[in-house]
Write a protein that binds this ligand. Structure first.
Ligand SMILES: Nc1ncnc2c1ncn2[C@@H]1O[C@H](COP(=O)(O)OP(=O)(O)OP(=O)(O)O)[C@@H](O)[C@H]1O
Ligand SMILES: [Mg+2]
Length: 1105
């Protein structure tokens, strides 16, 4: 398999012995030499069995890439060179696959690389565990908690540029699949004294510098901060502001991003930085001395600017804050009295306040992160804990903090000894394994010296330092660090690990100051100055201060100082700033020491409940230099970490042990007898397996309940064989299973094939049958049709023959009959047939006439057509029919209708085809009395005189003046007797012309409606006749002429002569005048409409258009 670059690098550099258990000879020098050799080849990790020894390289090595992780993933721990990934993988897989909760304990002194190692573990777990949106979110939150907590809890120290100033234990919680689902972080004792002061060359917590360097100026302005760290009292005293290896501005942005990823609200982030700013500001508050009138010392705020700013940031009254910083309330005889602080007292109170704010803020941050990363579901969890706690510390001056830190390290060493040295050796004895005891230093005695509880006042003087300290803190009266030291000196004087100048055994030891005591730790001697022990252990904050903080309108600050609410609390009692901020008990809060002890004990219990894995970190030199390994420094650490003892126990003992049942269960496939199941005694089964594997007797030992394997290699080989065997078995199972599946498949296919082929054959046969059937039918049809056709043809032929025979027979018979009757038939038949035909035709003609007679209307000209031979008969019949229907029509008419018809017939006789205007007169009936004169009284008067009672016609007419051709309108009345001309204005009779006087009437054939009435020659001086002819014009001229003609006929039985011609001659009086009608005249004058009459001597011209 091709190796990735990272893994190749590790393999290439893998020099020396990677598992120190295999060292030969096994001496401290050889071990350190091996470490050095490996270190010089950048191999920083070495195993002692399964314990990883890590030497800080102080340089970036290509050991932590994703490819390297992939290489180590799911590999056996001994397969690849030692690495934290290997132990992480082992722990992760044990947790996931065997359901064993794990913890990885990282120990070593400050700067040895514990924090880096813990990050490497988290990086590994993040990569190898599952993926998914929710899982990635959890991973990201867990990873991002590091930069945030490091910013607030780490600081640059002389030993480490990024020294963790708090202890951290992180439980990463996984689901059954091994995917991270959340976590819980526990923090231990933040070194809060660093907030107020640092030793030269060290820095305050990173966040102060990061905020000033990284926040944008406007944000700093809102926090009322200047970007210069030098301007802050808490930052400028140690002489160290920047660190080469740290980019504060960049880190600040990482912290902010981290907080956002974890799920801090923007407002929360701002509040956090406001508190950081207020700590810096408070640190700048200075006090000036003031002598009170009662002789006591008092103090004032030297410059109020900073105080004002803090008050604004925190939203509190400046005065309250000032008073809390310069005065305190004490109770004297149950009365509350305010007393002033001296300058030193005020500085102490201010620093205490700042430390309390900062440490509580830190605890709140951890709590807030926990809220975000805690598992939100109710599922069963598997846990992997990573412990990165401050390393053993020995400074020039060691104080309370170092005492606490080193106590914690003693406990961790204790647990290491318990689990790797003591417990192991005891187990051999318990299991009855032959064992030569390996000597090691058990630090339980030192742990006891520190933590043993009890009372120093009892008979038994065997009481721990922490208990003495607590006791001193509780004592009323003037308790000082000195009294505490004295108490220790009396109580612990006999303890071999306790030294003090006051003791006889150390009286001459000048290196031990009088105000200090020395503890002989497992890691070396440390001299602690008692100065500040009582104070720090009490960890008290004046109630006035916590009340002032609670009174702030700052959300977060209020949360951090809940005890400020209890105003009624005894003011004598100060408040322990370490206590749980939410705790509101009125009891005296536990001391810092006892709280720490309790939390360490809790931690130990937690670690013991899990399967431990160790990373022992070693610092190669004090200069933080890469590539340099200082043998003395390393030797010191190797010694106090007890690594040699560890190797010896490992080497003399057995690397691996397992209960028989479990061993059998895991390796039963390695022997034919035990696979697939063993029903006998488990130990016997195990023996069978081992015999089968031919493992040497000295490699193994059979305990009472467990099997012990000396060499990890043996176990590794067993694992390897098991893996191969599993492969084989898996292949076998696969093979059988695949064979079974294939066989099943084959059988299924075979059955299917039979079904398919039978179905197909059936289907095919059916199809063939249908085709054959269809073909047979077709053939049958064709045959039948052919037969039928043949039969038909025969029958047709036969029929035709029969018919022909019949015809021939008929003709023959006809011929025979004709032959018989021919003579008779010819003479008679001809005329008969002809007559018959004539009669028939005539009949047909007459019937046709009868059936198609035209209507009875006399004007209907239709008549049925007929053969030419009956043309004349038809015409006669038509005339007869016409007459008949005319007579019928006439008979239907009454007298008046008859008369009218007579008039119209007369008009027709006179005018038809002679006068142009005649046709238009035909449809108009001859009304006669157009003026309704018959009822007129004046007319009645006239006809009573003239006796013209029988009025035939009356209308206004145009009368042409005979002399000049002018036209005048007169009323013309025609009676059966005469023509009467009446003045239509006066209704006076102008003259009356008896009808018989009319001789002739002339009209033109043209359009005009004029008539010339010619009079008879006058006889006997007839006055009317003398006047001569006259010309009248009227619309109804046809009617006038017709009616007067008929009247004349009635009177004289003779019609007048009527001429229709363009000219006529007239007699006007005595003169004879030629009247001429002319057509085509233009521009006619009014008169008789459309007529112009002119008289020129004997010519009267009547022009028409
Ligand atoms: N594996 C490593 N590779 C490269 N550099 C490392 C490694 N381990 C540690 N270092 C370097 O050493 C420095 C100190 O390491 P780290 O902070 O982990 O020490 P520590 O044991 O946690 O100390 P403390 O107890 O003070 O917190 C790191 O800042 C880093 O520069
Ligand atoms: Mg650290």
């Amino acid at each position: 398999m091709a190796l990735h670059l990272g893994a190749q690098y590790i393999l290439e550099h893998n020099v020396g012995i990677s598992d120190a258990v295999l060292l030969d000879p096994l001496t401290e020098e050889a071990f350190i030499e091996n470490l050095k050799k490996r270190f010089s080849h950048e191999q920083i990790y070495t195993y002692i069995g399964t314990v990883v020894v890590s030497v800080n390289p102080y340089q970036k090595l290509p050991l932590y890439t994703a490819e390297v992780i992939e290489e180590y993933r799911s590999r056996n721990i001994y397969e690849l060179p030692p690495h934290i990934y290997a132990i992480s993988d082992e722990a992760y897989r044990s947790m996931r696959d065997r359901n064993l909760d794990q913890c990885i304990i990282i120990s070593g002194e400050s700067g040895a690389g514990k924090t880096e190692a813990s990050k490497v573990i988290m990086q590994y777990v993040a990569q190898v565990s599952g993926k998914g949106r929710e899982i990635d979110r959890v991973k990201e939150q867990l990873l991002q908690s590091n930069p945030v907590l490091e910013a607030f809890g780490n600081a640059k120290t002389l030993r480490n540029d990024n020294s963790s100033r708090f202890g951290k234990y992180m439980d990463i919680e996984f689901d059954f699949k091994g995917d991270p689902i959340g976590g819980v972080i526990t923090n231990y004792l933040l070194e809060k004294s660093r907030v107020a002061s640092q030793i030269p060359g060290e820095r305050n917590f990173h966040i102060f510098y990061q905020l000033l360097a990284g926040a944008d100026p406007t944000f700093l302005e809102t926090l009322k901060l200047s970007p210069k760290p030098e301007s802050y009292g808490f930052l400028n005293k140690s002489g160290c502001i920047t660190v080469d290896t740290i980019d504060d501005a960049r880190e600040f942005n990482l912290v902010k991003t981290g907080m956002e990823v974890i799920g801090f609200y923007r407002a929360e982030i701002n509040e956090v930085f406001q508190l950081v700013a207020s700590v810096l500001k408070l640190g700048n508050v200075e006090f000036s001395h003031r002598s009170n009138s009662d002789g006591t010392d008092g103090c004032d705020i030297a410059s109020t600017q900073e105080l004002e700013d803090v008050a604004k940031i925190l939203g509190c009254m400046e005065q309250n804050l000032k008073s809390a910083l310069t005065q305190r309330t004490v109770e004297v005889k149950r009365e509350k009295v305010k007393t002033d602080f001296s300058v030193a007292g005020a500085v102490y109170a201010r620093d205490a306040l700042c430390k309390a704010i900062y440490s509580r803020l830190f605890s709140w941050l951890v709590q807030r992160i926990n809220d975000s990363i805690k598992v939100k579901t109710e599922q069963t969890k598997k846990v992997m804990g990573v412990l990165d706690i401050y390393g053993f510390e020995v400074f020039e001056t060691n104080r309370y903090e170092q005492f606490i830190i080193n106590y914690c390290n003693e406990k961790l060493q204790q647990i290491f000894i318990e689990l790797t040295l003591k417990e192991e050796q005891e187990e051999y004895i318990r299991e009855g394994i032959e064992w030569i005891h390996v000597q090691y230093f058990n630090n339980a005695v030192i742990c006891d010296l520190i933590e043993k509880s009890g009372s120093s006042f009892s008979q038994n003087n065997n009481v721990g330092i922490l208990a003495i300290l607590d006791e001193q803190c509780l004592l009323p009266g003037n308790v000082t660090d000195k009294t505490f030291l004295e108490k220790m000196n009396t109580t612990c004087k006999d303890h071999p690990h306790y030294e003090s100048r006051a003791l006889r055994k150390n009286q001459s030891d000048r290196s031990l100051p009088h105000d200090a005591f020395r503890l002989k730790h497992y890691a070396g001697n440390v001299t602690y100055k008692v100065d500040g022990f009582i104070d720090k252990n009490n960890d008290l904050l004046y109630r006035d201060l916590s009340q002032a903080m609670y009174a702030c309108k700052h959300n977060l600050m209020k949360k951090l100082f809940p005890e400020g609410y209890h105003k009624a609390l005894d003011t004598r009692c100060l408040v322990n700033s370490l206590r749980n901020p939410t705790q509101k008990s009125l009891k005296r809060p536990p001391t810092a020491g006892s709280q720490f002890k309790a939390s360490v004990q809790e931690l130990m219990k937690n670690l013991l409940s899990k399967n431990p894995n160790y990373i022992r970190c070693i610092k190669p030199n004090d200069e933080k230099q890469s590539g340099k390994l200082d043998l003395d420094i390393v030797k010191h650490q190797v010694r106090y970490l007890g690594l040699m003892e560890n190797i010896r126990v490992k080497r003399a003992g057995y690397a691996y042990r397992q209960v028989y049942d479990q061993f059998l269960y895991r390796y039963k496939m390695l022997a034919d007898e035990t696979w697939p199941s063993w029903h006998g005694d488990a130990k016997e089964g195990v023996k069978k397996i081992l015999a089968n594997q031919k493992i040497a007797d000295d490699e193994i030992a059979f305990g009472k309940s467990k099997l012990f394997i000396r060499n990890p290699r043996t176990l590794f080989d067993l694992e390897e064989t098991r893996r191969e065997r599993m492969h084989f078995l898996a292949t076998l199972i696969q093979k059988v299973w695949k064979g079974h599946v294939k066989r099943e498949h084959f059988l299924l296919m075979k059955r299917s094939q039979v079904i398919i082929s039978s179905r197909f054959r059936g289907f095919y046969g059916q199809k063939q049958y249908k085709r054959k059937k269809a073909a047979a039918l077709l053939l049958q049809c064709c045959t039948r049709r052919w037969k039928a056709r043949k039969l038909l043809a025969e029958l047709k032929h036969q029929k035709r023959m029969e018919w022909a025979a019949g015809v021939i027979h008929k003709y023959y018979l006809g011929w025979k009959v004709r032959m018989n009757y021919k003579p008779k038939f010819r003479r008679i038949a001809g005329p008969k047939v002809a007559r018959f035909m004539v009669v028939a035709l005539r009949r047909k003609f007459l019937l046709n006439v009868r059936d198609k007679l035209p209507s009875l209307s006399p004007i209907d000209n239709k008549w049925p057509s007929s053969l030419n031979m009956y043309k004349s008969a038809s015409d006669q019949l038509q005339v007869m029919h016409h007459r008949w229907r005319c007579r019928k029509y006439r008979r239907k008419l009454n007298e008046s209708q008859k008369y009218t018809l007579r008039e119209k017939a007369t008009a027709s006789d006179i005018f038809k085809d002679k006068k142009v205007i005649y046709p238009e007169s035909v449809p108009h009936p001859f009304k006669g009395d157009y003026l309704n004169l018959r009822g007129d009284m004046k007319w009645k008067k006239i006809h009573s005189v003239t006796h013209d009672i029988n009025l035939v016609f009356a209308d206004l007419v145009h009368k042409v003046n005979r002399a000049n051709g002018k036209i005048v309108q007169q009323l013309l009345v025609i009676s059966s007797q005469a023509l009467l001309v009446i003045d239509h204005h006066t209704m006076t009779l102008k003259y009356r012309i008896p009808i018989e006087y009319i001789e002739k009437i002339s009209l033109s054939p043209f359009q005009d409606k004029l008539a010339v009435f010619h009079m008879k020659k006058p006889e006997n001086g007839d006055k009317f006749a003398k006047k001569g002819d006259f010309i009248i014009g009227n619309e109804h001229i046809i009617e006038i002429v017709t009616k007067s003609s008929l009247c004349l006929k009635n009177k004289t039985s003779k019609m007048p002569e009527i001429t229709i011609s363009p000219q006529c001659s007239s007699q006007f009086g005595n003169s004879s005048v030629q009247v001429s009608f002319q057509q085509g005249a233009k521009g006619l004058e009014p008169g008789i409409p459309g007529v112009k009459v002119t008289r020129k001597k004997h010519l009267m011209l009547i022009s028409e258009p």
